[in-house]
Write a protein that binds this ligand. Structure first.
Ligand code: ATP
Ligand code: K
Ligand code: MG
Length: 683
């Protein structure tokens, strides 16, 4: 499990300094154009600057006021840039740390069938190359183990110091470049070219290099741009009103009014909120490849979980041979062993090991055996061997019965086979039936362990309103036992990869947002189809490719944090949008009376804030408008507090805090700034 957040504190000086430099660099209009509100602000600030220069050169009266407005306009832009730069800076620091782990290793590239190898530099490796990695070696690139078992130190990537087991065959065969083999030796087939490895992608991700605006963000940006256009027209019409009343309003004052009215606060913080959300996930050891998935996570209704390797540890081990009446245990063990000799899955290997331990069965490796091997597949749920006229199979009980019936001798299903299988299944174990020429010899008990602390965590998901459904290729009885132990709401047993996919499509057709946690190649289609596809880091390369998130801790209940962070992201954006727009009310009351008091004395009733002078009122509003951005940076980066509970209650609370607060805070803030401004004689 994750040790929790592992990033620098919010305002680490090491992050602040480069962020300040970045703030100036981001003034480049080509950067600003990505954010319509800020781009308009920059154009307006440029116009104000030109007017200011004209006034200074022309020696106009009241230039001091113009200068101050111009300074605060640029400050507003810089503060907005700063918010984004701080958010990005945290990811950059982490990317640098990751880059340091990407050391130049020398790979042992295997030459042929023997163990002969040549030494090549890691970046020269091609996809498909097979390398030998021995104890102490750094794994030179991403790949799939094709032979052997090893303990691997993955702390460079996961931050978790406990070594993990990686082995050929099963769902734990993927290895990551930059991690280190601690014991044993493995042969790894390279699956990713240099430059597009997991570590490379991880660096690009935390650095924000591949961040794209989500549909929600784009929609909000369009709304903000729309508001900005409306205010352009509103403010542009003011001179004619003033004209009518026989007065005049200066261009700088109009600019100031315009800037306070457009949604600069949310415009300034929008991008930082998105980056901070992704960053918060990274600190929980979850890598998201799409911001859209993070947002979808905030609204997830249903969580589907694969059983083996996701809810359970996934190294199912054979623990007993249980023969049917009339068959000896040794006979069963020998058949099971033969059927497993070339089976490279953890299940298969554990059967060979158990047969050797319990019955001393050994000898006859696959090579010397004249046999046809039938590999395991999630669709047939069976594996085995055709050897000297004997057809030996092992697999899910129903699959073996079907196979026996296919051979035309299905009537001979021993009555005790089902009883033994049921006993195993009720304990949450996986029964594997073994048959020879269609005759069932007995059952192998495969044991798997439910990951620790999962029950309480699923209860928490329920409190968040998320339904958990376990889907497994295993039989219904085993599934029920594990489902009860893990505390999921529902389960689907004997599911093929297609069935997993179908279930997701059905849920989505009902309008539900679906998250899926899985680790196996057979989960890949489902991971790709789900709105939020969380692949276990321990899983296969195919699963990690298919999902839009990878959990480095391989903890399916991490979805709690993922959902909370998604909800927090949506809530933070909503809260700050509310706050930003509510703010306008107060600014309106500050500036309009100040502007028109000269020619519409009746407006004095509107002058509820009784600010010192019209000029100090306008200046105070502009200063407040700039400072509120800086004041809200911590909230934008940390996110508003999320507690599981009713959505309606949360919405009410947030509307109260950020809506009402958005109206009240600027009244107080502008008044306070006005007092200072007039006291020090700035306006
Ligand atoms: N190596 C094997 N040889 C024969 N049968 C196997 C082997 N491994 C598993 N099986 C049988 O096939 C069934 C389906 O396996 P599969 O791994 O697809 O699903 P699962 O066990 O439910 O795992 P998951 O929950 O990850 O989908 C198992 O329940 C088991 O009965
Ligand atoms: K504003
Ligand atoms: Mg699995």
């Amino acid at each position: 499990m994750s040790s929790g957040p592992r990033a620098a504190s919010l305002f680490d000086p090491a992050l602040i300094k480069p962020a300040i430099v970045e703030s100036f660099r981001k003034l480049d209009p080509r950067v600003q154009i990505r954010n319509p509100v800020m781009f308009v602000l920059e154009m307006v600030a440029l116009v104000a600057t030109v007017l200011m220069v004209r006034d200074i050169v022309g020696g106009a009266k009241g230039v001091g006021f113009t200068v101050q407005i111009v300074i605060w306009l640029w400050a507003t832009l810089l503060f907005a840039n700063f918010a984004e730069a701080v958010a990005e800076g945290r990811g950059k620091a982490q990317a640098d740390a990751l880059r340091r782990t990407r050391t130049e290793t020398v790979a042992k590239r295997l030459l042929g069938v023997s163990d002969m190898f040549e030494q090549v530099r890691a970046p020269e490796l091609q996809v498909g190359d097979v390398v030998l990695v021995e104890a102490g070696d750094t794994i030179p690139g991403d790949g799939e183990i094709i032979e052997g078992v090893a303990t691997v130190d993955e702390s460079a990537i996961t931050g978790e110091s406990a070594p993990v087991i990686r082995e050929a065959g099963g769902d734990r065969s993927a290895v990551t470049g930059g991690t280190r083999v601690l014991s044993d030796r493995i042969k790894v087939k390279v699956t990713a070219a240099a430059g597009s490895s997991f570590l490379d992608r991880m660096i690009a991700l935390v650095e924000g290099a591949v961040r794209q605006k989500t549909p929600n963000e784009i929609a909000l940006n369009i709304l903000l741009a729309g508001l900005t256009i409306i205010f352009i027209f509103a403010v542009a019409s003011i001179p004619s009103f003033a004209d009518y009343a026989g007065g005049a309003v200066s261009a700088v004052v109009l600019i100031a009014l315009f800037v306070t009215l457009i949604p600069t606060t949310i415009g300034a913080l929008l991008s930082a909120i998105g980056i901070a959300g992704m960053d918060r996930l990274v600190r929980f050891n979850v890598l998201a490849t799409s911001g859209r998935a993070v947002e979808a996570a905030g609204d997830v209704d249903t969580l589907l979980l694969d059983k083996t390797g996701t809810i359970t540890l996934g190294n199912r081990q054979a623990t007993a041979f249980l023969p049917v009446r009339g068959i000896t245990e040794r006979e069963l063990a020998e058949a099971a062993r033969l059927a497993s000799l070339a089976d490279d899955t953890p299940e298969g290997r554990s059967i060979v090991v158990l047969a050797k331990e319990k019955h001393g069965l050994r000898g006859m490796e696959m090579g010397e055996l004249k046999a046809r091997f039938v590999p395991f597949s999630a669709n047939t749920r069976m594996s085995g061997v055709d050897h000297e006229g004997a057809v030996i199979r092992k697999g899910a009980v129903e699959a073996i019965i079907e196979h026996a019936q296919g051979l035309g001798i299905g009537k001979m299903i021993p009555p005790d086979a089902e009883r033994i299988a049921n006993d195993i299944a009720r304990q949450g174990g996986t029964p594997l039936a073994v048959s020879r020429n269609g005759q069932i010899l007995g059952i192998v008990h495969l044991k798997d362990i439910v990951k620790g602390g999962i029950r309480e965590r699923f209860a928490e998901l329920r409190k968040m309103g998320i339904r958990t459904v376990m889907i497994t290729g295993d039989n219904a009885v085993t599934a029920a036992a594990i489902a009860a132990e893990a505390g999921v709401d529902d389960f689907l047993a004997q599911a093929t990869p297609e069935a997993k996919l179908k279930l997701i499509r059905e849920e989505q057709a009902k309008g539900k947002l679906v998250a899926m946690c899985g680790d196996g190649t057979n989960d890949a289609p489902a991971l790709a189809q789900a709105d939020v596809g969380v692949a276990m880091h321990t899983g296969t390369a195919a699963a990690r490719e298919a999902g839009n998130m990878v959990d480095l801790d391989s903890d399916p209940t991490k979805l709690i944090e993922i959902v909370a962070i998604g909800k927090q992201l949506l809530m933070t954006r909503g809260a700050l949008t509310t706050f930003s727009i509510a703010n306008d009310v107060a600014k309106y009351f500050a500036i309009i009376p100040a502007m028109f008091l000269a020619f519409y004395p009746q407006l004095d009733t509107l002058n509820v804030m009784s600010l010192a002078t019209p000029q100090s009122a306008i200046l105070s509003a502009i200063i407040f408008n700039a400072l509120i951005i800086i004041a809200l940076v911590p909230l934008a980066l940390r996110g508003v507090r999320y507690t599981p509970g009713g959505a309606a209650a949360l919405l009410r609370r947030n509307l109260l805090i950020y809506g009402l607060g958005g109206i009240i805070v600027p009244f107080i803030g502008i008044k306070a700034i006005d007092l200072v401004v007039s006291a020090v004689g700035l306006a």
